[in-house]
Design a protein around this ligand. Structure first.
Ligand code: FAD
Length: 377
């Protein structure tokens, strides 16, 4: 029996786990996660607007593991000893024969501890609920979102949707360091998102960065300040902290560089956001479709490694991506073609329902979307 440890019960980790169950007679499986739930991250912005209930975007990892007869350890991984083949966690060390790192990504505060301590992030359901709780609070005059990437754009629209649904007039201000929204994507999408957010009456400040945040005051690089602000930091993501200590090759976002078989050494595979896979000279972008697809290849290659069979190369199939904004607006690329409007929103939620972990969650998402339709369209 070979001992397999999977670090991270997200999209990639759970795909690996589910597929390795087919070989349970020859494998001893252990999932390690610092959280006790799988959170459906693409729906976190919808938790801010109340469109989808948090009950339907989360699943208990201990329950999933128990139902499949797999060991679960709820602890943070601190390091890995590749020589001894041991995973070191806060609650002890675990030996492995094969290891899968699927630890995802986390919010990048670029090493600024003060900003990290004084702002909220949107990395998991706990973050989303904590922030949602404060949006309507009288302690804050405005919500400030830092970073105009897809998470920032979606969050801004959803916060406005929520405020409107409770008839509260509060400023929502999005700050973007570059001169356009959705930097890194095609320019038309930035312009589309700009018009959409204007309709939501989101205020936007471009070409300015946040120097500091203290006592609910945001200090901008142009000398302006925004007082009594509730701040959501969506200005980038990076590989999780322990990856920095592994002495593995990584890209500027601290994602581990992997080969075509998604391996970093004889006994270790890396997939999902944690992996930096070279795709036409650039790291493959983060996304659910790639995390799931990599999970499938990793599970196959792990079994093939044990059998000493040739490994399969990972060949990404890019179905596209969408940025749902609301009120019938969204933009993206579907199968290489530009796409915008209600169909984009429809496809996004279709993907969410399709990828949801349980039947209960699928039904819950559909109910939320039907009930909250007026927020969407
Ligand atoms: C707000 C938001 C919206 C998004 N919207 C979309 C979208 O619309 N479409 C899309 O395709 N993608 C979207 N994404 C990205 C997508 O969610 C990720 O690409 C995907 O979740 C990555 O899957 P993963 O398995 O690599 O990591 P995750 O799903 O993040 O899972 C990683 C797991 O590892 C665990 N972990 C991390 N560090 C440790 C540690 N040290 N020890 C133990 N456990 C650890 C975490 O707790 C987590 O459970 C969105 C992401 C966010 C945050």
């Amino acid at each position: 029996m070979k001992k397999v440890i999977i670090i991270g019960g997200g999209f990639c980790g759970l795909t690996v786990l589910n597929r390795l169950l087919w070989h349970k007679d020859r494998l001893v499986l252990r999932l390690i996660d610092k959280k006790t739930s799988f959170d459906f991250l693409p729906c976190l912005p919808d938790v801010l607007s109340g469109l989808i209930s948090p009950d339907y975007i989360s699943c208990s990892l201990p329950e999933i593991c128990q139902s499949k007869g797999v060991s679960f350890t709820n602890s943070e991984v601190l390091s890995i000893d590749f020589e001894q083949r041991q995973v070191i966690t806060k609650v002890g060390s675990f030996d492995y024969d094969y290891l899968v790192i699927a630890s995802g990504s986390e919010t990048n505060f670029y090493g600024n501890q003060t900003i990290e301590n004084n702002s909220s992030k949107l990395n998991d359901l706990t973050d989303a609920l904590g922030f949602a709780d404060k949006i309507a609070s009288e302690d804050y005059d405005c919500c400030v979102i830092v970073g105009g990437g897809y998470s920032g754009v979606e969050a801004a629209a959803n916060i406005k949707r929520y405020l409107k649904s409770i008839n509260l007039k509060k400023r929502v201000i999005l700050i973007e360091r570059s001169q356009a929204l959705l930097p890194g994507l095609e320019q038309w999408m930035g312009r589309y998102a700009l018009n959409a957010l204007r309709k939501f009456q989101v205020e936007m400040i471009f070409g300015v960065s946040v120097d500091n945040i203290s006592d609910e005051t945001v200090f901008l690089s142009n000398g302006e300040t925004l007082s009594r602000s509730l701040v959501l930091w969506t200005a980038g993501v990076r590989g999780v902290e322990f990856v920095d200590k592994l002495n593995l090759k990584s890209d500027p976002q601290s994602r581990i560089k992997v080969n075509q078989f998604l391996k970093v050494n004889e006994y270790c595979f890396v997939g999902g956001d944690a992996a930096s896979f070279d795709y036409h000279g650039f790291p493959l972008r983060m996304g659910v479709q790639f995390s799931v697809a990599q999970g499938k290849i990793i599970s196959d290659n792990l079994v093939r490694s044990i059998r000493r069979w040739p490994l399969k190369s990972f060949k990404p199939v890019d179905l596209g991506y969408v940025i749902p904004i609301g009120k019938g607006q969204g933009c993206g690329k579907i199968l290489g073609e530009d796409a915008w409007g209600p169909c984009v929103i429809f496809l996004h939620y279709l993907m969410c329902i399709f990828r949801a972990q349980s039947f209960k969650n699928k039904i819950g998402m559909v109910k939320g979307l039907l009930k909250g339709g007026r927020l969407l369209w």
